[in-house]
Design a protein around this ligand. Sequence first.
Ligand code: GLU
Length: 485
Amino acid sequence: MSNIRVRIAPSPTGPLHVGTARTALFNYLFARHHDGKFILRIEDTDLERSDKKYEEDIFEGLRWLGIEADESPECSGPHGPYRQSERIKIYKKYIQKLLDERRAFYCFHSKKELEEEKEKLLAAKHPPIHLCEYRTLDPAEAAMFTQAKSDYIIRFKTPSGRKIEFQDLIRGDVSFDSDLLGDFSIAKRVDVPLYNFAVIIDDETMEISHVIRGEDHISNTPKQLLLIEALGFKIPQYAHLPLILGSDRSKLSKRHGPASVNEYRAAGYLPEALFNFLALLGWNSGNDREFFSKKELIKEFSLEKVQKSGAIFDITKLDWMNGEYIRKKSAKELLELCQPFLADFLQNQNSKIKIQNDYLEKIIKLEQPRLKKLAEIGERTEYFFWAPEYDKELLCWKNMSDTELIASLEAAEKIISNFQTPISKEKIEEAFLKEIGEGDKGRILWPLRVALTGKKASPGPFEIMEILGIEESLRRIAAAKQKKM
Ligand code: GLU
């Protein structure tokens, strides 16, 4: 067991976002690769916006993806509690320490005053930095003010003229000028810490060795480093992951596809496909390889191979990848995976039909080469459950006349009538091809396929007839002929 301890610290203010899942995954792979620990803790100090249902969603989403935490609110551990709301006493002690040492102070500016100050600075083309005049206020006086005023926060007394430098494992040397930070806020009250403060206390007390998080947090790092220094804590190694961008290179948003892991799950993406896809969002193995099992990713993963530039979230690639993972499933596995999606589909169609598993297995196997998402299964295969509905124009191949169409359907009918269920796809195909000879295949096969499925696109008519059986196939051809008359 190594001393490597990493963490993911989501706020339960919304469903588990794919970006958070990617950060969780990189932390997880890093921990597993180094035989370290992966910690999940919940940043729920913002009680108004935090919600237990989102906490559940985070646990559930990570579990579904196969990103298991070694320590978390669910499984506990030696450094708990793992919810910030349960750690207030710990934070309070350190906030008080900074106040006592006069490294932090109470600020009594109202929101309105702060906004006016910001506007003035911006108008004068100065950076909007708040160097607070309360930083030198006598503690006894400040204590009196806190009794009298309700509007106050606690700020850190940022040292001036300091260059704050750190070595980011992905971005290399990073430096910030302390004069650009201002006296930043660390807590609303002594028992209501804010993000930058709570996070460094958690990282220290949970013995976090590496902070691997999104690049959007890089500007928080100098503030956290100053607090770490003020409290005499150990500095963790930082690795800021590249932003995730949509396919148009803008920041990933709803426009680019579902945002939450749950939505991907509901659309029928497989967890192992999403796991693989997320791992490639900013990381590669150094060659073009795209498919990795979880075990292989754990073995291959390293922070050195994480890129600096933004990672493109290409939903078309995810769809393709998911299809490839679907193809790897055995018929039995895919049947089990599809069943809940099919049940939902039938329910939405108000259908109470019961479908035999062996019939279903054949249908699913037929769709397996084309399926991209499990949730497509119902719509793609519904013609196996009930007679299709479609516009009669769809039956026509090219500019076929009514008479030609009837002739085509009758020719198919004639061939099929020579068979009996069960038939083999090969046998019936052979009979059709013999009959068509050198002629245009579409003239016979297109109207037949549409009569069977009612769809613009589907598997070929022979495979379908093999499953549908002779009687039902003939019934559908008869119905198609009726349509045209
Ligand atoms: N709650 C923060 C987030 O989810 C945690 C940031 C951090 O890892 O420091 O973005």
